[in-house]
Design a protein around this ligand. Structure first.
Ligand SMILES: Nc1ncnc2c1ncn2[C@@H]1O[C@H](COP(=O)(O)OP(=O)(O)O)[C@@H](O)[C@H]1O
Ligand SMILES: [Mg+2]
Length: 278
């Protein structure tokens, strides 16, 4: 009889080493909107789950939201790089994030041998928010995180897949930034690691084509001030800084690279930027 190898046995490294380093670790991973071309991520998560890690995935969905708005004849508007969200846009955001993207990620994980449960920020008060800025419409700032629904999912041996929509105390849904939500979740569940998978090789300081391998808080703030770190990189760096007191470091990694998640966790060289105290 041939035995089907477990996800961990099919990994190209030493399973014993991975189990000893990952068992019991809580890892929050933010998936960028453009991550997933190669899509080795579900397999990596299955390996991590086999090794005993507790994984939380927080996903974006910006490009798909924009595509669906176009299909529906709606115009996407941005104010200072943030999506202007009126009531109809919010409906599309919720449909795409919770309906399409979240379900798709859960199904892909299951097909790779991982176990996964999808959550929206509305479930059991997972993500609470307050209105951020009237000019942005229905966009929120995360004001509180209830770790209980995530703990329930992790405690049952599943990966938690979180759609970053949040709800006000009055029960109104708000659109929130996924990078910020990931950092707040990492803090609330006392995560050991936070990793941002995105569509660039790491954080660039504007002077060299190679991204920085390390970035400290003071320099990070300077680069934001100087607008060298801009647009979608700002909430990742701010989220990294926010999570530092909990995780000690944050990683901003090229999500287009096959097996980027396992590689960064086992410390394989040359992967992205580590944000950590100097
Ligand atoms: N200093 C910087 N280094 C690297 N990328 C930067 C920097 N400043 C701004 N960016 C931009 O941030 C983008 C990543 O953020 P974003 O487009 O929101 O992707 P994601 O879907 O991963 O959140 C990069 O594609 C890049 O254009
Ligand atoms: Mg982004």
């Amino acid at each position: 009889m041939t035995m089907v190898p477990t996800a961990l046995e099919s990994w190209d490294g030493d399973p014993g080493f991975l189990r000893s380093t990952m068992n019991g670790l809580t890892i929050v991973v933010k998936l960028g909107g453009s991550v997933g071309g190669e899509d080795t991520l579900p397999a990596d998560v299955a390996v991590l789950q086999d090794a005993g890690a507790r994984v939380v995935l927080v996903h974006g969905g910006g490009p798909l939201i924009t595509r669906w708005m176009e299909r529906l004849g709606m115009e996407a508007r941005f104010v200072d790089g943030l999506r202007y969200t009126d009531a109809e846009t919010l409906d599309v955001v919720r449909m795409v994030l919770s309906g399409l993207v979240n379900g798709e990620i859960v199904a892909r994980l299951e097909a790779s041998g991982a176990r996964a449960i999808g959550l929206s920020g509305g479930d059991d008060g997972l993500l609470r928010a307050v209105l951020r800025d009237q000019r942005l419409g229905m966009v929120g700032e995360v004001s509180a995180v209830n770790p209980v629904p995530i703990e329930l999912v992790l405690g049952s041996g599943c990966t938690a897949v979180v759609a970053p929509v949040a709800v006000t105390d009055e029960g109104q849904f708000l659109n929130v930034n996924a990078d910020t939500a990931a950092a707040e979740i990492a803090t609330a569940i006392s995560a050991d690691k936070i990793i941002y998978l995105t569509d660039v090789a790491g954080i660039s300081d504007g002077s060299s084509p190679t991204p920085l391998s390390r970035l400290g808080p003071a320099r990070a703030r300077q680069l934001i001030e100087a607008r060298v770190i801009a647009g979608g990189m700002i909430p990742k760096v701010e989220g990294s800084l926010r999570a530092l007191c909990q995780t000690g470091a944050a990683h901003i990694v090229d999500g287009r690279r096959p097996h980027c998640l396992l590689d960064v966790l086992v410390g394989r060289a040359g992967l992205g930027t580590t944000v950590a105290p100097d």
